[in-house]
Design a protein around this ligand. Structure first.
Ligand SMILES: Cc1cc2nc3c(=O)[nH]c(=O)nc-3n(C[C@H](O)[C@H](O)[C@H](O)COP(=O)(O)O)c2cc1C
Length: 353
């Protein structure tokens, strides 16, 4: 029977346990140049020392105009590779496998980054700006930026990438009729809405080594759970190696409804339901706090991996403590939002992590 503590072979890479650290941006540690800093290296090194099986390094911008914030990490120029190689090494020397999450925010780029953010279609945003619909040439340009980012991630020594296709960012915007109103080959039918990611995956598979892991973070409710599952099946056919199921665009109306007896969030439910329909490994995430909560997901084969985000921010020794039957440090669920989103050092549990 699989357990949270058993290893998993992913595309020839031995992942030492089923714990995943999901991508979590550490804003304010870098600046406008998007370079990795010593804080980032220490932060990831700690999770390597804590023997997390697989770390997905935070959303890293493929272009300056695709950033989510001015201090987001970047991989849009070659000088940024050196810093990433230090993160990859800090994790790899502890036996932790690593993926770099590559990201374009699309319409979620703030004013300070993009006065006219790029998106599949033109529409008004809540802050008075309008998006700029991508031309066919710009679509090809962004796909190339994703490819160059992936090649740099490989050069840096990561074991793979995770394409950020969730949380309402650019790729998610292509997949949802809420934000994709195009009437050309990239909009309308599901086949057309999938075209951006299909072409991107073809490019990646043509240029990256055979054993380089291509993960995809999917908004499982994009645009509904059943179509989200259909999208996952298509992603599998296109060659994705690992599916990480999270949430899609916040405004999607038709949220998955787990049965009352289901003890996890609707986002975990979307992951569990997706796993039933695909043959590639799945990571579930959201609200998993303790090893006792994570364990049944793996033991009952509801998921291949369990991702624990805030839990690992407040306790890098999470998996060791689980194995020894010791209590983990609790995340205090700060309101209105997690302090890590402004500066991790303000997290009330930072020093205990
Ligand atoms: C501080 C912080 C930063 C985050 N940054 C990212 C990110 O870079 N990319 C991403 O896909 N999700 C991001 N997320 C979402 C997490 O990956 C995860 O899905 C979420 O925290 C739910 O998991 P949890 O309940 O275990 O924390 C972030 C979450 C937090 C709290």
């Amino acid at each position: 029977m699989p357990s949270l503590y058993s290893s998993y072979t992913l595309k020839g890479h031995q992942v030492m346990n089923r714990l995943v650290m999901p991508p979590m941006v550490c804003f304010n540690w870098s600046d406008d140049n998007g370079n990795v800093t010593d804080e980032h290296i220490t932060h990831y090194e700690k999770r390597g020392l804590g023997h997390v099986g697989l770390v997905v390094v935070e959303a890293t911008a493929i272009s300056k105009i695709g950033r989510l914030a001015p201090s987001q990490l970047g991989i849009w120029n070659h000088e940024q590779v050196e810093g990433h190689s230090k993160i990859a090494r800090a994790l790899g020397t502890q036996g932790t496998k690593s993926l770099l999450q590559i990201h374009h925010a699309g319409d979620k780029a703030p004013k300070s980054v993009a006065p006219e953010p790029l998106a599949p279609s033109t529409y008004d945003l809540h802050d008075g700006r309008s998006t700029k619909a991508l031309t066919l040439g710009e679509i090809k340009g962004i796909q190339k930026e994703f490819l160059i980012a992936a090649l740099r991630a490989e050069e840096a020594g990561y074991d793979g990438i995770e394409i950020h296709g969730a949380h309402g960012y650019l790729i998610n915007q292509f997949l949802s009729p809420l934000t994709n109103h195009r009437e050309d080959l990239y909009g309308g039918s599901l086949e057309n809405r999938l075209r951006f990611i299909q072409e991107l995956l073809t490019l990646l598979k043509d240029h990256l080594p055979e054993d380089f892991i291509i993960g995809y973070r999917h908004g499982g409710n994009t645009p509904t759970l059943s179509e989200g599952i259909e999208i996952s099946r298509e992603l599998e056919k296109m060659g994705v190696d690992l599916l990480h199921i999270s949430a899609g665009i916040a405004e999607e109306k038709d949220l998955p409804k787990p049965p009352e007896s289901f003890p996890y969030s609707w986002i975990v439910y979307a992951g569990v339901e997706t796993k039933k329909s695909v043959n590639i490994p799945v990571v579930v995430v959201n609200g998993i706090r303790t090893p006792e909560e994570a364990e049944p997901l793996i033991e009952k084969d509801l998921s291949d991996f369990a991702a624990v985000g805030r839990g690992l921010l407040v306790d890098s020794q999470w998996i060791h403590k689980g194995e020894q039957g010791r209590a983990v440090n609790p995340c205090l669920r700060c309101k209105p939002r997690c302090f890590y989103l402004s500066d991790g050092k303000k997290c009330p549990q930072y020093s205990k992590a």
